[in-house]
Design a protein around this ligand. Structure first.
Ligand code: PLP
Ligand code: TYF
Length: 394
């Protein structure tokens, strides 16, 4: 019977990973998949996570099932990390999920349960998995303008104009910080304008927060999601622990539904539990437990936050070095946006042929839309990349 299924398109980012591995050149540069890498190109296990793992091995006495929503301690710790004191804890329903992707998937599921005709508004461009999951779920997807191809910043006027058509019953997907794939983000005034529009139209925001701590800092990167949660009647938040705790393969995430009162919270919590049960029963626990241990132990937390700051600072330095080098080589300021962008990614605005030239002639691997992973660089490869970018006519 399965011969009736059409072949599905492969994930382009993961295909690029494979192509990079198969390239025999020793001086190749991997700016593809969104995984943090240190100067040696290694994705480290963070010190606090390693310490928590050791402690967990010594103290864990059972691996019996947790609850359907996962360990309540994980939800408490993550709600506090993401939302601070922006909303009352009693108004937040939360369930652990397999990674941020699991949270995204179930947020869409919940929206569809509430409104079978839900339209999901996504930024143009957005993380390809958003589009792929929405298509798989047969949910109507509407793109709103986001990236300004000339300035490589946000086309905010276009964004607001396109979002003016949202209505109650629609879901508006927003990247909380460190926009993937562009690296271009809203400022506080712009976030407020988006919130005003949401309040006026009655549409529901959904925030995807996959890079808290990778942009301007842990608190700063949560500022937008906190503003939203404090202002609108209800919202969904899909948080990932993959990047900021470096536990990609543990599959650790949390879906939060913020409501206006405890009654609505109770209903939402039941829905989140129900969705977990339909999809996988109990969520993975190992990564969630490590995160909880790190966030609730003052020493581990301080060390984690310090290491995260080192990673963030390193990426900012690389951005500045690359922008400076490009300015020197091109004699123009047109690459200044690289230092303005935040997070792991920048879309440099190269044409597909130029991306291909960079790969073929220079061994530089970036995603076809010219998204590069800044963490794939180091002090030695920055000048090589800058030279290749200029030589490729970008
Ligand atoms: N959302 C965005 C925008 C991402 O870039 C990622 C990246 O991996 C995720 C969600 C989910 O990540 P994960 O499922 O690995 O936690
Ligand atoms: O955008 C990225 O590169 C990361 C990692 O199917 C990723 O978010 C890439 C593809 C994918 C899942 C995660």
């Amino acid at each position: 019977m399965f011969e009736t299924i059409k072949e599905q398109p492969a994930d382009k980012i993961l295909m690029l990973m494979q192509a990079y591995r198969e390239d025999p050149r020793s001086d190749k540069i991997d700016l593809g998949v969104g995984v943090y890498k240190d100067a040696e190109g290694h994705t480290p296990i963070m010190r606090a996570i390693k310490a928590a793992e050791k402690k967990l091995w010594e103290t864990e006495t059972t691996k019996s099932y947790t609850g359907l929503a996962g360990d309540p301690g994980f939800a408490d710790a993550m709600v506090a990390l993401v939302l601070g004191d922006a909303v009352a804890r009693g108004n937040v329903a939360a369930a652990a999920t397999p990674g941020g992707t699991g949270a995204v998937r179930q947020a869409f599921d919940m929206a569809k349960m509430a409104n079978p005709d839900v339209r999901v508004f996504v930024s143009d461009p957005t993380w390809p998995n958003h589009l792929s999951i929405l298509k798989h779920m047969k949910i109507e997807t509407v793109m709103y303008r986001y990236f300004d191809a000339d300035s490589r910043g946000v086309d905010f006027e276009g964004m607001l104009a396109d979002l003016a058509q949202v209505r109650k019953g629609d879901l508006v997907l927003l990247h909380g910080c460190c926009h993937n794939p562009t690296g271009a983000n809203l400022n506080t005034t712009q976030w407020q304008a988006v919130i005003d529009l949401l309040l006026k139209t009655g549409a529901t925001p959904m925030v995807d927060l996959a890079y808290q701590g990778f942009g301007d800092g842990l608190e700063e990167d949560a500022a937008a999601v906190r503003m939203i949660a404090a202002s609108v009647p209800e919202c969904l938040i899909a948080a990932s622990c993959s990047k900021n705790f470096g536990i990609y393969r543990e599959r650790t995430g949390l879906l939060m539904a913020v409501a206006q009162d405890a009654g609505a919270q109770k209903l939402n919590q039941g829905t989140l539990n129900y969705l977990n049960r339909q999809n996988f029963s109990f969520p993975p626990d190992h990564g969630a437990r490590l995160v909880t241990m790190v966030l609730t132990d003052p020493e581990l937390r301080a060390d984690w936050a310090a290491e995260l700051e080192e990673m963030r600072g390193g990426m900012l330095d690389l951005r500045q070095q690359l922008a400076d080098e490009l300015q020197r080589l091109s004699g123009s300021d047109r690459f200044g946006f690289i230092a303005q962008h935040r997070g792991m990614f920048s879309r440099i605005g190269a044409a597909p042929e130029q991306v291909e030239t960079l790969r073929r002639d220079h061994g530089v691997y970036m995603v076809g839309d010219s998204r590069m992973n800044i963490a794939g660089l180091n002090a030695k490869t920055v000048p090589i990349l800058a030279d290749a970018i200029v030589k490729s006519g970008v």
